[in-house]
Design a protein around this ligand. Structure first.
Ligand code: HEM
Length: 136
């Protein structure tokens, strides 16, 4: 918590780690139903994936640097290189994250800030324009 409203972070404003964890769980609920995205994710380690994304987002928005303590420098573009992130994957990811953000009870200004950030960050993650390979 923070006594000075002038220094309040988004992390504090939305209610700390619980809010980031809930946001991430809602996002992954939709990802699990996505036939293009879900095969890319570690099926046997969904809880681990939830931990990584929620801790990263909490850290990005002013929370404790738990992600970096555990995973090192984020280097997100590099970490996404093994995955086939084309514009279709980007659109799907952003659709699920937008729905998750909009389902949360965040102040409108925070909601707008997050949606803008995710739109930009998702564009930065695109690493191919090849169509999604057929599932084998
Ligand atoms: C554009 C579409 C995107 C796709 C298809 C995608 C896909 C993936 C996949 C398959 C993983 C591996 C899951 C895991 O083991 O943790 C992952 C990890 C991760 N993604 Fe994305 N992602 C996208 C965009 C983003 C964006 C925009 C962000 C941040 C704002 C992000 C943040 C992360 C983080 C923090 C991890 C965990 C990295 C680690 O510590 O290993 N991703 N992503």
């Amino acid at each position: 918590m923070n006594d000075s409203p002038a220094l309040a972070t988004v992390y504090d404003e939305v209610g700390g780690m619980d809010a980031f964890e809930e946001l991430t769980r809602r996002f992954y609920d939709d990802v699990q139903a996505d036939e293009v995205l879900w095969p890319m994710y570690p099926q046997e380690d969904l809880e681990g994936a939830i931990w990584r994304l929620s801790r990263f987002l909490a850290q990005y928005w002013g929370g404790p640097p738990i992600y970096s303590a555990e995973r090192g420098h984020p280097r997100l573009r590099m970490r996404h290189m093994p995955f086939h992130v084309n514009p279709d994957a980007r659109r799907r990811w952003l659709t699920h994250m937008t729905a998750a953000v909009e389902s949360m009870d965040f102040p409108p200004i925070v909601r707008a800030q997050m949606l803008e950030y995710f739109d930009r960050a998702a564009t930065a993650m695109v690493n191919t324009f090849e169509p999604t390979p057929e599932a084998k």
